[in-house]
Structures are given as C-alpha cells and as structure tokens.
Design a protein around this ligand. Structure first.
Ligand SMILES: [Zn+2]
Length: 235
C-alpha cells in the first residue's frame, strides 16, 4: 500500500510539473522559428514555422502526444489543451492508477517531467546532442566540451558508450525528413545548440564555392537545408 501511495504522490508531482513548465517549453520550441518562402516549379510557397531547437520541439511533440493519450483514457474533450489535461488528471489519479497500463503511464509522466526540467535548466556548458542509439533506451544524451572533443559519450541510463558523430548523424537525418532549413546564421546557431560547430561564414563560403545550393531566400538572405550543410561538413 505504501508503494502505491508513493506512486500516486510521484505521479501527482510529475503532472503538476508538466503543467507548470509546458508554457516555457512551448516558447523554446517555437523560438526563432521563421517562415520561409521557397521557390518551386509552380512558383513560391511558404513553409514553416521551422523549429530551431529540435530537441525542445521533439520533446514538446512527445509531451503533447502523452496529453492526448491521457485525455483519451479519461474521456476528456479532445479540444482541451495539454496544460489543462495534466491539471484535470490530478482529480482522476485513482482511476488512472487502477488501469492495467498504470505503471507505464507513471513512467512516461516521470520521464517527461525529468526531460522537461532538464531542458528548462540545462547544466552549464552542456548540449543535448540527440538520443541514445539503443532503441529500448532512447534517453537524451547531454554532452560537455570533453565528450564532444573525445567524440564519445556514455548514456546515463543504459550505460552504452556511443559515438557522438553517430548520434548527431541520426539527428540530422530526422532534421532532413522535416526539411529543416534556415539562413547561414540560423543553421550555425541551431547546430551549435546540438554540439556541432560550423561558422556562419563557412556556410556562406561553401555557397560561393558551389558546394551547397540555397533552396530559397529570406529577407534577401539565402536559405539552406540543414541536411546540405551537414553533408558539406562531412564530405
Ligand atoms: Zn541509453
């Protein structure tokens, strides 16, 4: 009985923290997002907004998905926003904990609230390079300068030693599937947040030398695909 009380308390705490911190995450996930007019055969069209902080954006998607699942389980109206769902769930903790999937719900809530706190208060001089390559783990990997310089990092959850480059490569493949793009300055800042160093000037030089081609323009500045910049870095 003690154990189930502990579980209830932890879930209560995690849901409160998710609800309180979610607005700040929404801000970070939307940060610097810009709308880019892209040229195509039929004329120009608009894409965006484009997440600059991919880690925060992905975390937001995971948390919103969890809120939708909670809302469905508790038969809330689908129009409720996630903050409201987490707060509303506090009044149904016993129902939730009686469900066969209670353990997994508690685990997801706890993991999400831990990840969220970490995004809002990142350890100094650390960057989130991506997720653990172990498919059963997928913990976020935060690296300091030492890890980045050595090229290796150890997952805090499963203990797997992983190549920094491999994690970054997977992250860039994801970015490519979303068509993430930006000006040389945008991309340089975005990659720096993920522990990848490429100067704005270097990207511009690659364009001048024909190594990468812009895919559009924003306020008169060329816009590139983040994937093209990554390929140029690793050519
Ligand atoms: Zn791991």
């Amino acid at each position: 009985m003690v154990e189930s009380n502990d579980r209830k308390q932890q879930l209560d705490k995690d849901l409160r923290s998710l609800s309180a911190n979610l607005p700040a995450l929404r801000d970070i996930a939307a940060k610097k997002a810009s709308v880019v007019a892209r040229q195509s055969g039929a004329g120009s069209y608009t894409v965006g907004p484009i997440p600059v902080n991919l880690g925060a954006w992905q975390l937001l998607q995971d948390i919103l998905k969890f809120a939708r699942e909670l809302a469905r389980a508790l038969r809330f109206a689908p129009s409720f926003d996630a903050e409201f769902v987490f707060k509303g769930t506090l009044r149904h903790l016993d129902d939730l904990l009686a469900r066969p999937d209670a353990a997994s719900v508690c685990e997801i809530a706890h993991e999400a609230s831990k990840r969220l706190s970490r995004h809002l208060e990142p350890p100094p001089a650390m960057v989130m390079i991506g997720k653990c390559l172990d498919l059963d783990c997928r913990a976020e990997l935060w690296c300091g300068e030492d890890d980045l310089a050595s090229g290796w990092t150890v997952c805090p959850r499963c203990g797997r030693t992983t190549s920094v480059h491999e994690v970054q490569q997977l992250r860039m493949v994801e970015a490519a599937t979303y068509g993430v793009q930006g000006t040389a300055a945008d991309i340089s800042a975005m990659l720096r947040d993920q522990g990848i160093k490429v100067r704005r000037q270097t990207i511009s030089q690659w364009k001048n030398r024909g190594i990468i081609q812009p895919v559009g323009q924003q306020d008169g500045k060329p816009v590139f695909l983040v994937w093209d910049v990554w390929k140029a870095m690793n050519r």
